[in-house]
Structure formats: structure tokens, C-alpha cells
Ligand binder design. Structure first.
Ligand SMILES: [Zn+2]
Length: 461
């Protein structure tokens, strides 16, 4: 091994092809250069995968605390890889995954055994096969290792490598990684037609729910639910999506409410909001730790000077900062606790929780309001947040006379939606936005069926 050559290479590459020179190339030269750069990249990628594999082998759990990653203070080979190379955990996992399938192993006897996918390994090392194609190929064939005859699997691997490198008798044009993925899935279906049958053990093993990396302020979720689980979740959502059909026989007042039934949110947006309500309700119901009687579902930290002037906050487990609106909403329903931290990071003073409705207060408010106060909203009381009608920052007390139930969405949008809420002698009244009700009349609002029953019996025969 010659480290000097490797270092020279690192210096030679930018000299051989300065990025700024690309603009001066004609079309043919540009195409030729991108092929050459890729060929170089493939060799480098093979080394990236192989070094990852070597690190993994030296960090094996059998080795325990003597393992390389552990000795470097890392929990896993992937963590060490990230610290050494600054790649993302996804890239680290991809390299380690491919390395595990293409690294020659040592048997207990000490003899070397070929890699699980030895043709792929050879083509990678020769710089003929790219990582994308190698992953597409191995991902499709690896699940067949236990059920398909090794010779058949070996033949499939050879054919696919030949197709990817353009060395197949059928075609001298190398197939792209996407084409290899499709071809590999055809091989998989041919070699193991039963594998396509979704048997229970297989679907059980595949069940998943995962969070993707944060993008544009949103965290994507993906995965696969078992049908029975999906059924339960769907039923939950369906029950609380706002109805699109209004009930028949409406009185004038209800007719005004019917317009409010026109929810501006898409069904997808509503499902998102329902999920938050369900999770909050769950956090409140169980033995989750509480702050002054209300369960914190998320711990948000915000600088004291930002709290009332409207600054960003930070939530445990969320990468990007929370907007001032989000912070204010969470403070409104969740309360605050002041912590004074000294310059050296020591906690100097811990105040008691403030602005937080207690469990008995919440129960009383629930009995009075019965659910989200906004007409047409069907989110039940248990999933609602308690909103300070007069904000705590403006001196509004944390008292049932100043707290009303709003679902997460109506709470979030209360300052912008045009809906207004006021308290009259301790009872909430709601004013619809002007586009819904030009009379701008305040109406008493409640979803409490006991309260509604009382009003019915007063008007009854
Ligand atoms: Zn609502």
C-alpha cells in the first residue's frame, strides 16, 4: 500500500480536471469526461465500500469493547464511519450493507470463503460496476439466499453483472442501475415465484413505520401497515374527518354552522391533525410524566427573552427550530417552566410550572365545552388543547373562565382564521369569520351534550 500515491491522487484530480474547465468543453468532450469521471468514481466507491466493510469487521459485536468502533467511542461501525467521513447515516448504512454482501469472509477454520456476491465484488473492485447497480442487484437477490439453489443464484448474479457492465453476449451496452433493478426483480420472481406470495410471516417481518430525514420543514413518514393495523387507523381517521354532508332539517343557526362545516383542509391535512390530537390524548391518559397536571408530549426549549417577543424554540428530537407561532401555541396549551442557566451551563434556578391548566381545570372546561368550540369541527374534547382566550402574555389568567377547548388545527390558526372567541360571564362565545357570517354575530358555543340537552328541554313541549 502506498499512502503517498493516494495523497498524490487527491492533489492530482483537481489539477487534471478543474471544475471551472467544464464550461469550455464541447458536447462530445463533456460526454467523454463524464464517463471518465464516473469510471474514476466507481473505483473510489469500491474503496469506500471496502473500507466500510473492513471497519465493520473490526467492530463486530463478538469483539465487544475491543472492537474498533467501541475503542473510538462510537456505538456502531456506522457511527465511526460518519465521524471519519462526514457521510449521512443513510449513506453509511448503504455502504455497510453492500460491504456485508460483497466482502470475503473468514470461516471458523481460518480459511477464506468467497463473498456472498462474489461476481459483484469482483466487478466493483475492477471499477466496472457502480454502487447503485450493485445495490439494486444484491437487494433483489439477497432475500433468495436461503430458498434458492446456490447454482441458480450464482447464474442470476453473473448474468446481471454482465448486463450492468455491458459484457453480456446479448448486449454490449451497459444497463443503468434502474434497468438492473427491474431485471433483478424479474430474476427474483422467476427463481422464487412462491416468494411473491405474501405469506403472513413475510408481511409480519416487513411491517414498518419510519421517519425520513427532514426536508423543507416537514418530516416524511413512510412504511407498510399490516391490513388489520391499517383498518384500525383508517377507522379512527374516518370517524373524525369533518363530514362533507350536512345533516338534514337545519334551523337557521345550524344553517350558518353548516357553512362552517366546509373545512378548508384536505383530507390528508385533516388526518395529520387528527393524529396529533390522538397522540396528545394518549399522553394525557396514561402514566406519562406530567407538568402541573398536563402531560407534556414534547419538551420545547425557548430563550426567556424570545418567549414573549416571539422567537424560535427547539423541541427534543426535532432538528429544525420551531416557529414562534408553534412555540406560542405549545406554551398556550402546555404551560411553561422557567429554568435559569448560568454562563457555565449550570442550572441556577428552577421555577415552578406556569400558565398550565391543571387536570381538574381541564376536566371542568371539558364538561363545559364538550369538544373543539369551532362550529363544524368534530374533534372530541379528549383530543383538544386548552387555549388561553386572553393570552397569558397579556395578563390572561390560567383559569377555566379564560380557557376553552380547541383542536390542534383551530388552535394553531386562531389568530389567522377569522374565528374569534370571547368569554361572557365565564361562558365562551364564538364569532364566525366575515366571509361565513357577515352579521358578525357572537353566539354561545358548546359541544357539550349535557349543555345541549338542557337547552333542548327548555325549548321542548
Ligand atoms: Zn377544531
Amino acid at each position: 500500500m502506498n499512502f503517498l500515491t493516494l495523497a498524490n491522487l487527491t492533489e492530482a484530480v483537481p489539477t487534471a480536471l478543474p471544475v471551472a474547465s467544464l464550461g469550455g468543453l464541447n458536447d462530445d468532450a463533456l460526454c467523454a469526461v463524464s464517463r471518465q469521471v464516473e469510471a474514476l468514481g466507481r473505483l473510489i466507491d469500491a474503496l469506500r465500500v471496502a473500507t466500510a466493510g473492513e471497519i465493520a469487521a473490526r467492530s463486530r459485536t463478538e469483539v465487544g469493547p475491543a472492537g474498533l468502533a467501541a475503542r473510538k467511542g462510537c456505538r456502531s461501525a456506522n457511527e465511526l464511519l460518519q465521524r471519519l467521513t462526514q457521510v449521512s447515516s443513510a449513506t453509511g448504512a448503504a455502504r455497510l450493507g453492500l460491504a456485508a454482501l460483497t466482502r470475503p469472509d473468514t470461516a471458523l477454520s481460518g480459511a477464506a470463503t468467497p463473498a456472498k456476491f462474489d461476481h459483484v465484488r469482483a466487478a466493483l473492485e475492477a471499477g466496472e460496476l457502480g454502487v447503485d447497480a450493485a445495490i439494486a442487484l444484491t437487494k433483489n437477490l439477497a432475500p433468495l439466499q436461503n430458498g434458492v439453489h446456490p447454482d441458480a443464484l450464482d447464474a442470476a448474479e453473473r448474468e446481471l453483472v454482465a448486463a450492468a457492465t455491458g459484457s453480456s453476449p446479448d448486449s454490449s451496452v451497459p444497463a443503468s442501475a434502474d434497468e438492473i433493478r427491474i431485471q433483478a426483480s424479474v430474476w427474483r420472481a422467476t427463481l422464487d415465484p412462491d416468494g411473491l406470495e405474501p405469506d403472513e410471516a413475510h408481511t409480519m417481518a416487513k411491517r414498518s413505520f419510519r421517519f425520513g430525514p427532514e426536508r423543507n420543514g416537514l418530516v416524511p413518514v413512510s412504511g407498510g401497515l399490516l391490513p388489520e393495523a391499517a383498518g384500525r387507523v383508517k377507522r379512527l381517521f374516518d370517524a373524525y374527518l369533518t363530514p362533507t354532508t350536512a345533516p338534514a332539517f337545519l334551523k337557521d343557526e345550524e344553517l350558518a354552522d353548516k357553512n362552517a362545516v366546509k373545512d378548508p383542509r384536505t383530507k390528508d391535512q385533516q388526518r395529520h391533525d387528527i393524529l396529533i390530537g390522538v397522540l396528545d390524548a394518549m399522553a394525557r391518559s396514561g402514566n406519562t410524566p406530567t407538568v402541573g397536571g398536563a402531560a407534556p408530549t414534547v419538551l420545547v426549549t425557548v430563550r426567556a427573552e424570545d418567549l414573549d417577543t416571539g422567537g424560535a424554540g427547539y423541541a427534543d428530537g426535532v432538528e429544525s427550530p420551531l416557529s414562534p407561532t408553534t412555540v406560542q401555541q405549545m406554551v398556550c396549551s402546555g404551560g411553561t417552566q422557567k429554568v435559569l442557566i448560568g454562563r457555565n451551563g449550570r442550572i441556577l434556578r428552577l421555577a415552578s410550572a406556569e400558565r398550565c391548566f391543571t387536570a381538574p381545570q381541564r376536566r371542568a372546561i371539558t364538561a363545559r365545552d364538550g369538544g373543539c368550540l369551532i362550529p363544524g369541527c368534530s374533534i372530541p374534547a379528549g383530543w383538544c388543547e386548552v387555549h388561553h382566550v386572553i393570552p397569558a402574555a397579556e395578563g390572561g389568567p390560567t383559569h377555566p373562565d379564560n380557557g376553552v377547548l380547541l383542536c390542534w388545527f383551530h388552535h394553531r390558526t386562531i389568530d389567522t382564521s377569522g374565528w374569534a372567541i370571547r368569554m361572557r360571564a365565564g361562558a365562551p362565545e364564538v364569532q364566525a369569520p366575515p366571509w361565513l357570517d357577515h352579521t358578525r354575530r357572537w353566539r354561545p358555543a358548546t359541544k357539550s351534550r349535557t349543555a345541549l340537552a338542557t337547552s333542548v328541554s327548555h325549548h321542548g313541549p
